[in-house]
Ligand binder design. Structure first.
Ligand code: SF4
Length: 184
């Protein structure tokens, strides 16, 4: 791996840590759960599985506002091993760094649009992944529970805009970032 790439790309991105690409990170054998807990990662057992099968939700609490990882030296195996498709394309010279940075910038803007629309529809849970937040808002619309402070027409217009924004973001993530859509 080109050792400069995490600094060149990832410190402008953070999409695999901020709840855009993934909902959870599962610990793997060899990960030091106690150390990760001490670093502030809120580990919990996976539902319906053995107590020693642990994961934590994204956005990751170790992700700083400058997109550095507070737990970088001790990060879990999944984080250590993950390289998105864009990262790999740059590493093998298929995509130039400026083009990759443009893709990252545009994708972050797309994710920000989704966050803005979620907030306008009453979901301000910035500590929950975008996929979970959208699912929650959609469930409310499905049951006819509209957000407070918006008339029905505005609420449905915003929800249509949100659904389109989520779809466009999802397509972007699948085509440019996900090595395997089954990782979602
Ligand atoms: S999504 Fe890719 S480029 Fe962005 S931080 Fe993760 S590995 Fe780096």
């Amino acid at each position: 791996m080109n050792v400069s790439l995490p600094g060149t790309l990832c410190l402008h991105c953070g999409l695999c840590c901020d709840g855009t690409l993934f909902r959870d990170v599962e610990l793997q054998p060899g990960d030091d759960a106690e150390k990760l807990r001490a670093l502030g990662l809120p580990l919990r057992s996976r539902r319906g599985e053995e107590a020693n099968s642990l994961k934590f939700s994204q956005p990751c609490s170790a992700l700083c506002s400058d997109l550095k990882c507070r737990a970088y030296a001790d990060r879990p195996t999944r984080c250590r091993e993950f390289e998105c498709a864009l990262f790999k394309s740059v590493a093998v010279g298929k995509v130039e760094v400026p083009a990759a940075l443009k893709t990252i910038r545009q994708t972050r803007q797309m994710a920000e649009k989704v966050r803005r629309l979620l907030r306008e529809l009453g979901d301000a849970s910035e500590l929950v992944s975008l996929a979970r937040r959208f699912k929650r808002v959609k469930r409310k619309f499905d049951t006819g529970e509209l957000p407070e402070g918006l008339d029905a027409e505005t609420a449905y217009d915003r929800f249509a805009e949100l659904s389109l924004a989520v779809h466009e973001l999802d397509m972007r993530l699948r085509t440019k970032f996900h090595p395997d859509p089954s990782d979602v």
